[in-house]
Design a protein around this ligand. Structure first.
Ligand code: SAH
Length: 244
């Protein structure tokens, strides 16, 4: 029995945004590992065991997945969006670093459509020139580093995608993030709040830095901050390809 471990991204929500390659891996899996709500997105079938867990135990989940693959199971680890963007792929490699006995395992990462790309496509092309992605959660890094990166990204005039902008456990930090941006950018800077893109709860709202309020974001929102050149055209928002 040859086991394998494949880390996949399920995209932002819609089934049509799951890649055929990911669907194939899911069809071959004997075990599904991941955060409960993501595991729940995959229909159950005979021969598939689900291992749903809390999203705070990623390393433990990664070790469990590696052990199962080593025991001959065909394991798919699921993330939302892309597995390499603030998600399980890095957790798997962190676990592998500490488990030399598993280094010969067949481990693969299959890409998915990450939230910022699904959101940008809905808005138009706000990430059409240079951009960066910043995770606003301070679970795994100090908040001072988040602020520093926001400041420097604004100074470099990147468009930005802000993941994990706000959660119940950190209700105030997003307001602070907006303040940092206000110190560095013009008040007319465009901001797109893209919530639950490609799901039934989808909501997308474009506003300015001046009018942006922290309550416009929640756990299911990715926030796209334009560069100084980002502008509206009709219902859309885009960043020109030329920065001159
Ligand atoms: N791996 C995921 C990101 C996980 S971090 C990806 O590549 O998309 C979780 C954050 O992703 C959320 O807080 C939110 O900022 C963003 N997100 C995930 N799905 C989303 C969706 N359908 N619409 C808007 N934002 C989403």
């Amino acid at each position: 029995m040859t086991g394998w471990l494949t880390v996949v991204g399920l995209g932002p929500g819609a089934a049509s945004l799951i890649t055929p390659e990911v669907s194939m891996a899911l069809a071959e899996a004997t075990d599904l590992v991941g955060y409960g709500p993501y595991v729940a997105r995959i229909p159950s079938r005979v021969g598939l065991t689900r291992h749903a867990s809390d999203n705070r135990v990623e390393l433990q989940r990664a070790r469990q997945a590696l052990d199962m693959a080593a025991a001959g199971r065909r394991v798919v680890v699921v993330s939302s969006g892309d597995p390499g963007v603030f998600a399980m792929a890095s957790a798997i490699f962190e676990a592998l670093e500490g488990a030399p006995q598993h280094h010969a395992l067949n481990v693969r990462v299959l890409p998915g459509i990450t939230a910022m790309l699904a959101a940008a496509a809905r808005a138009g092309a706000p990430l059409g020139h240079d951009f960066c992605a910043i995770n606003l959660s301070d679970n795994l890094k100090p908040w001072s580093l988040v602020e520093r990166r926001l400041r420097l990204a604004a100074e470099a005039d990147f468009a930005m995608a802000l993941y994990n902008p706000r959660s119940a456990s950190r209700p105030d930090q997003f307001g602070r993030a907006l303040d940092v941006l206000r110190e560095a950018c013009d008040p007319s800077r465009l901001i797109v709040f893209a919530r639950a893109i490609s799901t039934a709860d989808e909501r997308i709202e474009t506003t300015t830095l001046l009018e942006a309020r922290p309550e416009m974001a929640d756990m299911r929102t990715v926030v796209l901050v334009g560069s100084s050149l980002t502008r509206r055209v009709g219902r859309h928002v885009y960043t020109p390809r030329r920065a001159v």
